[in-house]
Design a protein around this ligand. Structure first.
Ligand code: 6PG
Length: 261
């Protein structure tokens, strides 16, 4: 199931995303006692994190029962200015009563291949699967049904999401949960969750703002399916739901009929 909500301004989009997150986390905690949330990097999520660190949202979130993970990381140590962990830590986690045991970051300070193996192990341990010792020994497509409760994603103007970039094999990965990615366009390494793991989420929220993403967004949503070119198209939850939260600037090329907000 896929839905799109369009908000007149960026600020209204952020408010709506924060409210949605509160509702989703409440629902998960009520049903299962805890809520697992995947954070992303980028400037759009940063605005959301700042909002969540403030009232009324900060008091509405049950921090003791929230566990945070990351969808991707840059190959840098956690204190590095490019670190996605640091972004969320500075804008949100350092300002709220979350315990360090509930924060599960990708170890970007390791060599990318090792970081991917280590994080996959963290995920499998958390979600109850046997820890992996060697990535090629992992059973194929062994993602348990319904993994994360909420996955927050951004989308780049090139159609990338998490660190699934156009032209990289990570987009086509079917077995591993986490992979290292050499991003030629950035001349850099990233570590990313793969489509099967992201698609095992109960709820995926895509946050997209800004006119520079409008054309790509229309291609991703209404264009032919070509995930190697537009990796955001690879995000299709198997049993969960996908919600695009978009501002008007990013929505200009979407059909008017899609607007439900
Ligand atoms: C990252 C991301 C990435 C990001 C998009 C959107 O580490 O860069 O996780 O997928 O979410 O590039 O970023 P902006 O909101 O900055 O455009």
């Amino acid at each position: 199931m896929r839905d799109i909500e369009i908000y007149p301004t960026r600020a209204e989009l952020m408010e709506a995303a924060a409210e949605r997150l509160v509702t989703l986390t409440e629902r998960a905690i009520k049903a299962r006692g805890l809520c697992t949330v995947v954070l992303s990097g980028g400037s759009t999520p940063r605005e959301l994190y700042t909002l969540l660190s403030q009232e009324p949202f900060v008091s509405q979130l049950d921090w003791a029962n929230l566990h945070v993970f990351w969808g991707d990381e840059r190959a840098v140590p956690p204190a590095h200015p490019d670190s996605n962990y640091r972004l969320a830590a500075d804008a949100l986690l350092a300002k709220v009563p979350i315990s360090p045991e509930n924060v599960h970051r990708i170890p970007g300070e390791l060599a990318p291949a090792d970081a991917a193996i280590a994080y996959e192990r963290v995920l499998r341990r958390f979600f109850g699967d046997a820890p992996a010792t060697q990535h090629n020994a992992l059973p194929g497509l062994s993602v348990p049904h319904a993994l994360f409760d909420v996955v927050l994603l951004g989308m780049g103007a090139d159609g990338h999401t998490a660190s699934l970039f156009p032209g990289t094999t990570a987009v086509l990965e079917r077995d591993r949960w986490v992979v290292p990615v050499a991003v030629r366009q950035l001349d850099a390494w990233r570590i990313t969750l793969t489509p099967p793991v992201l698609n095992a989420a109960r709820q995926i929220l895509f946050l997209v703002a800004g006119a520079e993403k409008a054309w790509t967004l229309a291609q991703v949503v209404t264009g032919p399916y070509q995930p190697e070119v537009l990796p955001a198209q690879a995000i299709e939850p198997e049993a969960g739901t996908l919600l695009w939260l978009v501002d008007a600037a990013a929505a200009v090329y979407l059909d008017a009929g899609m607007s439900v907000s």
